[in-house]
Design a protein around this ligand. Structure first.
Ligand SMILES: [Zn+2]
Length: 444
């Protein structure tokens, strides 16, 4: 049981919703933020958490997570995935519908919500499928799923190839005011296993051209314009892809977009074995053998130039949110498979904060920028009153040490699947306290 009051004392409070970026105490009472200010006194019986040297921010919100339950519990469960979220400083996540069964009916959604009530350590909002079984043939009942709690719609993992169904989904997004969250990939072009370019040629690994993504981004932006629907472009990985989004925004198309830390900090050089984070000034990791399946992700790690263009778009505000695409896979599907047959996906929830903090140390972003893209803007996208530490708000909060060094090992992680090329590397930045509705969900 958490105490009814917690005083988080002496931290550097970063709260862009309220323009706060200074030393302050945060008093949490009965699950709400009661007061924020200097030198608050602790009520009788309150737990006092010493946040000296830590940053205190509204809890992080990840709009793109694969929890794997129901159906793929060997990779991750709601219990382990939400524990990983809390350890990464996240207090709210959205789970993608590529489970078995897929999240395509009210019945499946209700079952998921019951599992979350039982096992969830953080808030979980479901994203429902666009098509039944995610098969791309028949649209779901958008209105019923929205009424049952779906915060958006996605066939993530696959593109909805049928443009008429995508048109209907976008019309529903307009009427229901919920985004269609699209995985943009022309399947006929995207038959490879890594980014198509000089590196894939050198390694002899079949490539996925940037155009496979950009063609569908362009189509979906056109359909968003046609329908006046709300398009959310997931995991944009190419400079030209985000340029299309930039132009559509300027033209008044209702489009939001997300970028993943791994697409900002890693390139296809990592597939050859490089272990130096891009665009930052961190020490390099030990080079790895070429073709490590833990570098295989969809969309793939692109060129160093793409990472730079994505970062510039994030600085410019073209990317609304940073999300992780946390995609756990059990070891046989990764290390046990050759590169071209290994599963796509990286573990992400426990690395987003340290990777974004590396960009802060390198001078590319401010702490306020990071909290805005990882908390305030995701809350706006989900239309939930979170991402904000004003008195009277729900006490979803993280206190993190921006400097603490830790080495990535499976034992240090809460996720069930440590499929990340960061294994063995030293990162800086750790969540020390995560509160969800004033209740402690992670503390170390
Ligand atoms: Zn995807």
């Amino acid at each position: 049981m958490s105490p009814r009051s917690i005083l988080v004392r002496g931290g550097h409070v970063v709260d862009p919703a309220n323009g706060r970026d200074d030393l302050a105490d945060v008093l949490v009472r009965d699950g709400m933020v009661a007061e924020v200010g200097p030198s608050l006194s602790a009520p009788v019986g309150a737990d006092v958490f010493d946040a000296t040297g830590l940053v205190v921010a509204p809890g992080l919100i990840d709009v793109h997570v694969h929890l794997r339950e129901p159906g793929f519990e060997a990779k991750e469960t709601i219990a382990t995935g939400t524990a990983a979220a809390a350890a990464g400083g996240f207090t709210t996540i959205c789970c993608m519908p590529n489970t078995r069964p897929a999240l395509d009916s009210v019945e499946v959604l209700e079952d998921l919500k019951a599992r979350v009530r039982r096992d969830g350590r953080v808030r979980v909002h479901p994203v429902a499928a666009i098509t039944k079984g995610r098969e791309g043939r028949e649209a779901v009942d958008f209105a019923a799923l929205a009424a049952a709690g779906a915060v958006g719609f996605s066939d993530d993992g696959d593109t909805t190839a049928d443009s008429a169904i995508m048109r209907r989904a976008l019309e529903a997004s307009r009427d229901l005011n919920r985004p269609v969250m699209v995985h943009c990939e022309d399947k006929a072009l995207a038959v490879g296993a890594m980014h198509e370019g000089g590196v894939s040629e050198r390694l002899g690994i079949p490539g996925i051209p940037a155009e496979a993504e950009e063609i569908i981004v362009a189509r979906d932006l056109m359909l968003a314009r046609l329908t006046r629907g709300w398009l959310h472009v997931c995991h944009v990985s190419t400079g030209r892809g985000i340029d299309l989004v930039r132009r559509a925004k300027a033209d008044g198309v209702r489009v939001t977009a997300e970028v993943m830390p791994h697409h900002l900090a890693m390139s296809d050089g990592w597939v050859v074995g490089e272990r130096t984070l891009l665009n930052v000034d961190e020490p390099a990791g030990t080079p790895a053998p070429a073709g490590d399946p833990d570098t295989k992700v969809n969309p793939p790690l692109r060129t160093p130039e793409d990472t730079w263009l994505l970062l510039a778009a994030l600085q410019e505000g073209i990317f609304d949110v940073v999300a992780t695409d946390h995609a756990p896979h059990a070891s046989p599907e990764k290390q046990g498979s050759p590169y071209d047959r290994a599963a796509f996906g990286l573990s992400g929830l426990e690395f987003a904060l340290p990777l974004m903090l590396a960009l802060v140390r390198a001078g590319h972003l401010s702490l306020t920028d990071v909290v805005r893209r990882l908390s305030l803007e995701p809350a706006r996208l989900l239309r939930v009153p979170l991402g904000d530490l004003a008195p009277g708000r729900t006490a979803d909060l993280v206190a993190f040490d921006p400097e603490e060094r830790w080495v990535v090992t499976p034992e240090r992680l809460q996720t069930k699947s440590a499929n990340t090329p960061l294994l063995g590397m030293e990162l800086r930045g750790r969540a020390k306290l995560t509160l969800v509705g004033g209740e402690e969900r992670h503390r170390e």
